[in-house]
Ligand binder design. Sequence first.
Ligand SMILES: *Cc1c(COP(=O)(O)O)cnc(C)c1O
Length: 394
Amino acid sequence: MSRELDSPFIPEEFLAIGQDPQSLTARSAERFGVSVETFINWRWQMKHQIAEKQQLHDVLDLKDQEDLGFEQLKDLFVTGITPYYAGLMAPRLEKAEDCPVRLQAMPRTEERFDSVGVADPLDEVPHSPVKEVVHVYPDRVAFCVAQLCPVYCRYCFRKRRDDEVGLHFNRQIVDRGIDYIASNPAIRDVLITGGDPFIASDAALDNLLSRIRAIPHVDIIRFGTRTPVTLPYRVTAKLGKILAKYHPVWLNTHFNCPEELTPEAQQAIRNLVDAGVPVGNQAVLLRGVNDSEDRMLTLCRQLLKSRVRPYYVFHPHAVEGTEHLRVDLRRGMKIMKSLRGNITGFGIPTYALDTPSGKIPIQHNYMLKEDGEDLIVETIRGEIWRERSVLTEL
Ligand SMILES: *Cc1c(COP(=O)(O)O)cnc(C)c1O
């Protein structure tokens, strides 16, 4: 690692962005007191992950809840924020209250109080036949090879695991997981996740992909990674070329609000899509981040412009310490319903409850009643429509 830091690989496409002094990259590098070349080095970003409030001293003002949060959350849930992601936060207190980026990443005192939150909302432990392989659906598995993340999202449903050590690209976990997949011919789809699986060297990812691709019954390989959002400099054109060697490779990322779709993030997406990797988005509905009709619509429109297909919007899990971020489900339904008719059909994600038995779509019911062979439905504009002779098999 230190050798790579001494002579880092400098991705040209991000350097080009940073050469504009008005770019987020250039401005953030200046705030953190380093060169653009250093700032776009993803390993430097990981080494300088913000875990203590002193690291933000010269960068932004802390709200009282955050200042105390850094102290009070130490034993509850680790804080980690890339300088890049911190650069997206409103720096001054006047705007800090409403800052959707702060809400997702800064520790806050509110996290100590939660009336209903649980540690493992998905019961992942009993659903893992071998360590870190979650097998809920017969045809696909979630394979958690990574433990580290560029940013620890405050609402993470795996946050109970933050004090375990030695799980990140652990040789034994990877070997046993691959054996499990290889010996189960029903598995057609391997979702590589974590943690964030892109926090690994190009060589480690190349190697992992080649081993999974060598299993004949695996049709598709997918990644779940938030690096385009939290550490876009990791998603280089070079990495895109490595992924392309193992097609079909798909990827889902996790943008939650329009502010995150920076030129840097869009470059990361371009590096993937140009390499033929279809990119989808899995957002989480969060209070103050994206829980309005307007913000959700803007997010989905911006995703489409960046060639990202909105895939899921998850209703927030009742994870310990996240009550201040959770939203009433009826409010979620109303927000999601408002998209229909106002955006390209494939710009509408599925609103879903993620349960131990799988993901359950939550949808407004447009079917009002059956009338003989006819079906009475509500149109998307709220009118009544009779669709004739569609109920014919009795
Ligand atoms: C979410 C999830 C998947 C993937 O589900 P899709 O609906 O196919 O995206 C697979 N396995 C587990 C355990 C999951 O939680």
